[in-house]
Design a protein around this ligand. Structure first.
Ligand SMILES: [Zn+2]
Length: 543
């Protein structure tokens, strides 16, 4: 029986990323959205039948659908819907607020993204509530400063939070006041939290809007699949509802958070019993992973280190759980047959979770568990070798390295810096690593990620010359980190991550060869354009 192709993309340069890194000119898919064949234009066009759709790629480059193994989907969407004020002058910010207020119903909060920076303004003194009152007389407004520790609000925001001239400052925060003792308009830390607490929780429609905004932007970045970290049952229900409506396009892997400890919310523990959910909606919706948060962050001095923070003697950060608690949490996941992804940043946290993984695996052997360590950010000992031996997946975020370089140097010091954000060092032991963005911390742009992994600089090309270049990875390994290795981290390498017959026809079309650009003029990776994003044979984004 003749097998005609449903669709054929030809005239392309295709990096299949299969075992032998073979290349092809054309790709044919079947009516189920799976790859039928790859090969030369001549061989593949021979599969053309009377109803086959043809797409001439005009020499564009095709790579397997790019994947991001660590995003915060809803939070990223929410960040896209906030007022963009980064790097703007005060006048421009006020103009944006005025415009937003004119288009918003009275009483609706106007919330800014990160964040204003008074240091670059003509007048660097702190802005006032009166300025915002004038721009938005009928809406409460909250605009965070770039560091997130200070917010600028108007009188209606104070009113909504019940803060008056008589309100005392909370511990660890300040309602800044004028010389006459009046509320000035800026609030720090705990005082800022009081105001934030007055913003109503987003309703179902707003949550849906945020997720769809995230999806649209991710498709434009060339992503075909994501691994969403630390979801609540509500997050997972929201995402699932979009797929049920046919609006979910990305291949989604959710990760239920706060569900393994006795003290976790009942709702989460109940939701755990429903897992795993595998490949619903045509292989687009999967939840088979539980998230553990085992320490904090280097920037906040809350990562759990074996030795003191270099800029804070006597302080080693904090482990969130005792070894015994962690062991029981991992065991609960193992008993449910689930994957575990643990946020571990400091070297002490990494050792502690490796101990827990090892103890549980000794009891409940599982040669293909793919338990993950998220960030794997501070390496000072043999933790990469242990991870390799235990089959633990390192899930890392290349953009964190250049963006955190100077902060990490202060916090960790000369001795530890070469093991910080050390993708190259970790890979020497594990042989592979899965890459992601931690959006909204960094934009979920895999091209920016590949650029950062290869050059150890961020989108602004900083730090100059790259941060600890011995931890850079090769262009091919960087691409694997966003394709086949990312797929492996979510148990999807049998259907995604490379372009091979039988796998999903998920691919990203670029105007140039990312490998060649990375090898010859690596900063030009940032200029590569995503032309199309195709999932299951359907074009979901077109430039
Ligand atoms: Zn994260």
């Amino acid at each position: 029986m003749e097998r005609y192709a449903d669709k054929i993309w030809f005239g392309a340069h295709i990096r299949t990323m299969d075992e032998s890194l073979s290349e092809a000119q054309a790709l044919a898919s079947d009516k189920n959205g799976n790859i039928l064949a790859l090969g030369s234009d001549e061989d593949i066009l021979a599969l053309k039948g009377p109803k086959t759709e043809l797409f001439d790629m005009n020499g564009a480059w095709i790579v397997p659908g790019l994947l991001d193994t660590h995003v915060h989907y809803r939070m990223y969407g929410e960040s896209l819907l906030k007022l963009g004020i980064r790097d703007l002058s005060k006048e421009d910010i006020l103009e944006k607020v005025r415009e937003a207020a004119e288009n918003a119903p009275a009483g609706k909060w106007i919330v800014g993204g990160m964040g204003w920076n008074n240091e670059v303004w003509a007048d660097p003194s702190y802005p006032t509530r009166e300025e915002l009152d004038e721009a938005a007389p009928n809406n409460p407004v909250l605009l965070p400063r770039m560091d997130g520790h200070l917010i600028w609000v108007n009188s209606l925001a104070f009113k909504a939070a019940g803060v008056t001239e008589d309100t005392k400052d909370p511990e660890g925060g300040e309602f800044m006041r004028s010389a006459e003792g009046k509320l000035q308009g800026c609030c720090s830390n705990a005082a800022a939290a009081v105001i934030r607490g007055a913003i109503p929780q987003p309703g179902a429609e707003e949550r849906k809007e945020a997720i769809l905004a995230a999806q649209a932007q991710m498709l434009a970045y060339g992503l075909t699949g994501i691994s969403d970290m630390h979801d609540t049952p509500q997050d997972l229900r929201d995402v699932e509802a979009l797929y049920a409506e046919g609006k979910g396009k990305l291949r989604y892997c959710g990760t239920l958070g706060d569900c393994l400890n006795e003290k976790d919310p009942e709702e989460n523990k109940t939701f755990l019993e429903k897992l795993p959910i595998l490949g619903k909606f045509g292989g687009r919706y999967t939840v088979r992973c539980c998230k553990i948060l085992s320490d904090g962050a280097v920037g906040a001095q809350s990562a759990a280190l074996k030795e003191d923070f270099s800029d804070r003697p006597g302080h080693k950060g904090t482990l969130m759980y005792t070894p015994d608690e962690l062991y029981h949490m991992v065991k609960t996941a193992a008993e449910h047959g689930l994957q575990v992804a643990t946020h571990s940043i400091g070297d002490a946290a990494i050792d502690e979770i490796l101990d827990a993984y090892e103890a549980v695996l000794n009891e409940i052997p599982n040669p293909d568990h793919r338990w993950r360590i998220e960030h794997f950010q501070t390496v000072t000992n043999d933790s990469p070798q242990r991870a390799a031996r235990l089959g633990v997946v390192a899930s890392m975020q290349p953009m964190h390295a250049p963006n955190s370089a100077s902060m990490a140097m202060r916090r960790l010091g000369e001795k530890r810096i070469h093991g910080a954000y050390a993708a190259g060092l970790v890979m020497k032991s594990t042989g592979w690593v899965a890459f992601g963005s931690d959006a909204p911390v960094s934009a979920p742009s895999p091209l920016s990620g590949i650029h950062a992994a290869v050059t150890r600089t961020n989108d602004q090309l900083l730090p100059e010359g790259g941060f600890c270049m011995e931890n850079a990875v090769s262009p091919m390994d960087a691409l694997k980190g966003y394709t086949i290795w990312a797929a492996r981290a979510v148990f999807a390498d049998d259907v995604r991550g490379s372009l091979e017959p039988g796998k999903y026809a998920d691919f990203t079309v670029l105007d140039r060869d990312v490998i060649e650009v990375a090898e010859t003029a690596p900063h030009d990776i940032l200029k590569i354009k995503v032309l199309k994003t195709v999932i299951g044979g359907n074009c979901e984004y077109k430039a």
